[in-house]
Ligand binder design. Structure first.
Ligand code: PMT
Length: 218
């Protein structure tokens, strides 16, 4: 059993992909399985936290004991996050949120067109940046960064530009880790410090990440 480092704390975690509908039968999404986010939820529960899991569409069973908020689009996820964040001590954005959605969702199935077709996309809100920008009731805010190149540089840029307290950089160009894998490797960045967490199962890594976060509270 783990020491109850998060007893009395509320931790909200986003996990999985978002789905951006194009019409009644099609959507834009990504390869996130939810495994990393669900492992974080399990780790936070093991440390005694009250856990809200905001989950995009995934094929996983949520860890028993957390409150699940099922969402589909980035706009749905944004709404759930902004509702839960002000009463949370920690917010971890592990979800792979679509940066853009269709400008219009067609009411009927889009018909096959000529050799080319153009989709117009508009920007989604940046969920984690909006959480980090809360003033009165701001949780300790942790993001993830999935990168295929210049991982440390891009991750540190996101830490700063999104106003986060910590970011977990994930090199998703490496085989066997990242999207959908059971294992992962992360580098945590906060302030001017960093810590490398070498290859391990997502469960083991989640526990290390959540303990690191617990150590930063108060
Ligand atoms: O789900 P798995 O299969 O286990 O895979 C895990 C993972 C690779 C998805 C996970 O470890 C990970 O890296 N998650 C972040 C994926 C991502 O979309 O990163 P990003 O660099 O695009 O976004 C940076 C941060 O901003 C993230 O915390 C993201 O949740 C957040 N974001 C992004 C866009 C947006 N509109 N709103 C956001 O809140």
């Amino acid at each position: 059993p783990e020491a109850p480092l998060l007893a009395g704390k509320t931790v909200t975690i986003s996990a999985g992909p978002t789905r951006e509908a194009l019409d009644p039968v099609r959507y834009i999404s990504n390869h996130s399985s939810g495994k990393m986010g669900y492992a974080l939820a399990e780790a936070a529960l093991a440390l005694g936290a009250h856990v809200h899991l905001i989950s995009g569409p995934v094929a996983l069973t949520p860890p028993p004991g957390c409150e699940v908020h099922a969402v589909s689009s980035a706009l749905d996820m944004h709404q759930a996050a902004m509702k839960l964040a002000p009463t949370s001590d920690v917010f971890i954005g592990c979800a792979a949120v679509a940066d853009y959605r269709a400008a219009d969702i067609a009411e009927q199935k889009i018909k096959k067109q000529g050799e080319e077709m153009t989709l117009t996309l508009v920007k989604n809100p940046d969920i984690i940046a909006d959480v980090a920008a809360l003033t009165a009731q701001r949780p300790y805010t942790v993001g993830f960064a999935a990168e295929t190149q210049d991982v440390a540089q891009y991750a540190q840029g996101k830490l700063k530009n999104k106003g986060l307290d910590m970011i977990c950089a994930n090199d998703v160009s490496q085989a066997g880790i990242g999207f959908n894998a059971n294992d992962n490797a992360l580098t945590l960045f906060w302030g001017n410090a960093q810590q490398s967490l070498p290859l391990a199962s997502k469960s083991e890594l989640a526990l290390t990440v959540v303990k690191a976060i617990a150590g930063k509270l108060n």
